[in-house]
Write a protein that binds this ligand. Structure first.
Ligand SMILES: Nc1nc2c(ncn2[C@@H]2O[C@H](COP(=O)(O)OP(=O)(O)O)[C@@H](O)[C@H]2O)c(=O)[nH]1
Ligand SMILES: [Mg+2]
Length: 350
């Protein structure tokens, strides 16, 4: 699963990318789209590690790509277009912080106006792409599905509606995803606040921004780029204390990763033991046998059954031995829909 970081120039996209992935964003040349994996923080993994003291710990990960600011018009091409096609969702970074040393790209300068104008730009950008594609009338490679999708897309975009508002059929969706459109993808909005705004939980036109995002179906995460930097360099206990001063229980990066997970309808199951405690990412309600395939295709192929206990129930018992002795490890078959937080041991035979 991959999330593209988009947004107006100087909003904090590369800063966020760096915070999420720990990678310096400025490797490539102009127009390059660096990408890297970000760990998905999970306090349940921390608790399991305290119990099993494994040699190795592996958190879930989501891939992020740091896009350059996209201008109005048709210039989504080359590496940008290629990367956009592989993105399952977008994180739109909107600036609220008032640091005078960082220039705003253009007037007007508040987060609400910035959001509205970027949303509009997304739609215009897509419309431009659709028109360019449709004007290539003799494109013999286009399938009937693609032609129908492009025409429907043009109609929506001309009404300045994002493509995500369309009624797309199961045949439409793969064609739609294969174009480098912006407005067809799920979006979460990451608002970059300064420290004072973070304390007061207020900034110019906040209510307008939140209700506009709600209308569009976009979840919102407020974070503070400069604070996250400090937080990431702290020990765990120090972090907790620091965050509580801002009335928070989790860092912005944690909240963002969680929001991205839920935007993509993902969840985690765990494998545990002395060797490794590990989170595995699956779509919600993935059947047990297919979930096993995440670990290894042999386990999927030779699947016999899954021994399962939910995270909360496990924590109440405290050890696998107690769980087993009390008959609390459920035996589930291949169709069992795996739930978020399930601790699983797969039995298999190859
Ligand atoms: N004061 C302050 N500056 C920030 C914050 N986030 C980013 N910046 C600065 O804003 C400028 C643009 O950030 P960048 O991440 O490169 O923006 P991008 O163009 O969207 O990739 C850089 O100089 C950053 O150091 C923040 O939360 N507070
Ligand atoms: Mg950048």
């Amino acid at each position: 699963m991959k999330i593209g970081i988009i947004g107006p120039a100087m909003s904090g996209k590369s800063t966020l990318f760096q915070l999420l992935t720990g990678m310096a964003p400025s490797s490539g040349g102009k127009g390059s789209v660096p990408q890297a994996a970000a760990r998905v923080p999970d306090s349940r993994i921390d608790a399991l590690v305290d119990i099993f003291k494994p040699k190795k710990t592996t958190f879930a990960a989501i891939e992020f790509a740091d896009f350059p600011a996209l201008g109005r018009g048709c210039e989504v091409s080359g590496e940008t277009a290629g990367r956009l096609k592989t993105c399952d969702a977008l994180a739109m970074v909107i600036r609220a912080h008032r640091d005078p040393s960082v220039p705003w790209p253009a007037e007007p300068v508040n987060p609400f106006a910035s959001f509205e104008s970027f949303l509009h730009e997304m739609v215009l950008n897509d419309l431009c792409q659709v028109e360019a594609l449709l004007s290539k009338n003799k494109d013999k490679k286009r399938t009937a599905d693609e032609q129908r999708v492009l025409e429907a897309a043009q109609k929506l975009l001309e009404e300045t509606k994002p493509l995500s508002t369309g009624q797309w059929s199961a045949e439409d969706l793969p064609a739609l995803k294969n174009y480098a459109f912006l407005s067809s993808r799920p979006v979460l909005v990451a608002v970059n606040l300064d420290e004072e705004q973070m304390l007061t939980r207020d900034y110019e036109k906040r209510d307008e921004l939140l209700s506009s995002c709600q209308e569009a179906g976009y979840p919102v995460v407020e974070f503070c780029g400069s604070l996250e930097n400090e937080i990431s360099s702290m020990e765990k206990e120090e972090q907790t204390e620091f965050l509580s001063e801002y009335g928070l229980s989790e860092s912005g990066i944690s909240r963002l990763a969680a929001a991205a997970y839920s935007l993509l309808h993902l969840c985690s199951f765990f494998t545990v033991g002395e060797d490794e405690v590990r989170a595995w990412t699956i779509s919600k309600d993935t059947p047990a046998r297919r979930a096993a395939g995440k670990i290894h295709s042999d386990i999927e192929r030779g699947f016999i059954r899954a021994e399962v206990i939910g995270y909360d129930e496990f924590m109440a018992l405290g050890s696998l031995k107690v769980a087993r002795d009390q008959g609390k490890l459920r035996l589930e078959g291949k169709e069992y829909p795996v739930r978020d937080g399930d601790i699983i041991n797969f039995r298999f035979n190859v």
